[in-house]
Every structure is written in C-alpha cells, then in structure tokens.
Design a protein around this ligand. Structure first.
Ligand code: USQ
Length: 383
C-alpha cells in the first residue's frame, strides 16, 4: 500500500511510519513540527530528545534498508497538502495532524482558536485533496473516545439505532465532549460524515482512548527511533505521567476523586489497529467507526497499579488528590463496546505488571531529564 501519514513526527505518527514501512508498504510522512514548537514554547519537552523527522527517516533507512519519504509542511496549507497527494497518490491516508491536547485547548482563547482552526481545516483539506487527486484513497482518521463523554448508557461503536414514536433510524451515537479539543474531534466526525454522504468518500474514524507506552518492535532497534514521550500536564497522558511521577518521587496527581473511567490502549495496539483498518478498508460511501481501546480503568485504579509495581521496584510512591482542574464527572457509569477491531484480528497487549515494569525501566534511564515544573501547572477549565 502507499500510505500517507500526516502528523508523522508525533507520539503515534513516527511509530506508525516505521510499522507500515517494516511491513513493506510505501510510506510518506508529513509534519509541521507543531508539537516540537509548542513543547519549547511551554517548557514541556519530552523525557528524552528525539531526532527530527528527516534525521529519523535517515536512521531508519540505515537500519532497515527501507525508505520513508518525508515532507515538512502544514496540512492546513491546501496547496502544500494537495501537492503531497498529487505527487504520492496514496491509497491510504492516516490523519494524526491535529492539536491533540485537551489542556492545551483550554489555556486561553488563542490556543483554543489554534486547536479549532488546525483540527477542522486539516480535516477539511484532507477530504478535498482526496476528492481532487485520490478519490479511492481510504481516510483513517484518529478520533477519540472523549467524543462520547461519559453518558449514563452503554456506548456503542459509533452508531445508535433509535426508535422514536414508532419509527426507527440509525444515527451517530450522541456526543458531548468535555474539552474544546474533544469538541473539535466531534466536529471532525461531522465533517467526514457530511462528505461521506455527499461525495461517497471512504472513512474509518478510530475512537481512541488515552494511549500509554513507549516501546514498539521497530523503536527497540535503536534509541534514536523511540517515540516522543511527554509526561507534562499539557501533552502527557495520565498513565505515562504517573510512571514518570513515581520515578521522580513526585506524588501522583490524581484529579478530583479519581473515579473518572476511560478506555486505555497500549501504543503497540494503536499501531495494530491502524494497520488492520488499512488492510480492511471502509467501503466507498461508508463512515466506519471503531472504539479503539482494550480495557477500562478509573484514575484510582491506574494509581494503585503504578503504586504496586513502583513499590516492588523500590520506589516510594505517594498519591495526591488535587482539586480537579477539569470539568468532568468523577463518579460515573462507563460501559463502551469495543469489539470491531478484535473482529479484524487485534491481539491486545494488556496493562500487566510486566508492561508497567518495562515502562519504569525506560523512564529510570532518563530520570535526570525530568522537569519537575512541567508536571503540574494547573490549567483550569473554569476561569
Ligand atoms: N488525569 C488525572 N491526573 C493527571 C492527568 C489526567 O487524574 O495527572 C485524569 C483526567 O482528569 C482524565 C483522565 O485522567 O479524567 C485521562 O486524562 P488524559 O490527560 O490521559 O487524557 P485526555 O485529556 O482525555 O486526552 C488524551 C489524549 C487525547 C485523546 C484522549 C482520549 O491527550 O489526544 O484524544 O486521551 S480520551 O480520553 O478517551 O478522550
């Protein structure tokens, strides 16, 4: 397959480039280095430095003898993006080129505006570039479980059949996000659904939960191929943060009562899910939605797991219940369905003692790089 990966420098983007490349597919990776710039601006750089995308592709080529073509540019620039489509003619495009952080989107108006314009315009441009230059190209879009929020009913895989006054129809499952970032993901889905109905494009929308982990088979070939691993309040996801906090001797930052339940997924499984979606594309005129998680935990359960494994490894792990900077339910029902990707062949890596120990070991190596001031700054949802 010819696979265009947008957001190729990111936490998920670079491992995805290598995953497809290693399996013999032709990969073009595109990034505008937004995340690197924002991390410098906010003094929240990853745990260890990673070479830029061009250098990573060179290192990958030396080690694997496979080429990843790289272009540096912005998916919101339609001229740039359309040229990439015309030159490369992808059969699959993986859309990670979004501002991915809920706290970033809540810092101030400017960051909210950047999130809104970047996320919606990149999605709109991809749809138009596909329509103009590669109409058979399958769009794989990274969505988020946060689109559904935490409703008091079971969460279906994207769609819900409704019977109303004796008549039936199928609709997108009701969505109610709890950050501006998550709201842009709902708007993305609406854009895609509109163009699926109007132009008959082929789309898979992956509703992913928070990702954890830093090892992948390809990244394990060489330290310089590891993903960008953030642990700060803005770009770090909760489990990655807790492990760094435990290693640094910082109390685990549990927000509110810690009863918030989410669906989680190992980075290795994100790669499998995207790959399986590409191998089994959505039909023309289909918006296919998968819930991309493998198990659910509350924040308290994650803190307990990290404490248990950390203490076995000799760390003294404490927890701190902070007033919740976000507006979200802290005790709630949560029961999502996530069978679609398993049916395609996903073999999950669950959150075991071994997985956590491995993560501790890697973080320990870079312990001296930890920037304590980036761990918690308190970006509040209510101003
Ligand atoms: N949390 C804490 N302490 C922390 C950090 C987070 O208690 O130090 C809590 C949050 O309040 C939340 C839960 O942990 O209830 C998950 O937070 P998170 O920061 O790991 O995840 P979130 O902000 O929802 O966003 C992340 C990714 C985003 C992706 C999303 C999937 O950054 O790109 O879309 O996970 S989901 O959460 O399912 O919407």
């Amino acid at each position: 397959m010819k696979v265009l990966i947008l957001g190729a420098d990111g936490y998920l983007g670079w491992p995805t480039c290598m995953y497809f490349s290693r399996r013999g597919h032709e990969v073009m990776g595109v990034d505008n280095y937004f995340r690197r710039g924002a991390a410098v601006e906010l003094d929240c750089e990853p745990l260890f430095p990673t070479p830029n995308l061009i250098r990573r592709a060179e290192i990958w080529e030396k080690l694997s003898r496979r080429t990843i073509e790289v272009r540096i540019g912005d998916a919101t620039d339609y001229g740039f993006l359309n040229r990439a489509f015309e030159d490369f003619r992808p059969e699959v495009v993986v859309h990670y080129a979004e501002q991915p952080s809920a706290p970033y989107s809540m810092v101030n108006r400017d960051k909210a505006a950047l999130t809104l314009t970047n996320n919606l315009l990149s999605t709109l441009n991809i749809i138009h570039a596909v329509h103009e230059s590669s109409p058979d190209c399958h769009i794989i879009k990274l969505g988020t479980m946060g689109e559904y929020g935490t409703p008091n009913i079971d969460i279906e895989e994207g769609w819900l059949e409704i019977e109303h006054k004796g008549r039936k129809d199928k609709f997108l499952f009701p969505r109610q996000a709890s950050s501006l970032y998550h709201t842009t993901k709902i708007q993305d889905t609406d854009l895609l659904w509109f163009y699926v109905r109007t132009w008959g494009i082929s789309v898979t929308d992956l509703m992913q939960g928070p990702v954890y982990g830093l090892s992948t088979e390809e990244a394990n070939l060489d330290e310089s191929l590891m993903p960008n691993f953030n642990y700060d309040e803005i770009f770090g996801t909760v489990l990655n943060r807790f492990i760094v906090q435990a290693v640094a001797g910082h109390p685990l930052t549990i927000y509110g009562r810690g009863g918030q339940i989410r669906g989680y997924i190992n980075l290795k499984d994100t790669l499998q899910c995207v790959y399986l979606s590409a191998l089994n594309p959505a039909r023309r005129g289909e918006l296919r939605i998968f819930n991309q998680v493998t198990e659910t935990f509350s924040v308290n359960e994650l803190a307990e797991k990290v404490t248990r494994v950390g203490e076995k490894l000799g760390y003294s792990v404490r927890s701190n219940y902070l007033p919740n900077p976000r507006i979200e339910k802290e005790e709630h029902y949560y029961n999502p369905t996530y069978t679609g990707l398993l049916e395609l062949g996903l073999e999950p890596h669950y959150l075991t003692h071994e997985t956590l120990s491995e993560m501790f070991q890697v973080v320990e190596k870079y312990k001296d790089n930890i920037n304590m001031s980036a761990i918690y700054r308190g970006v509040k949802w209510h101003k």
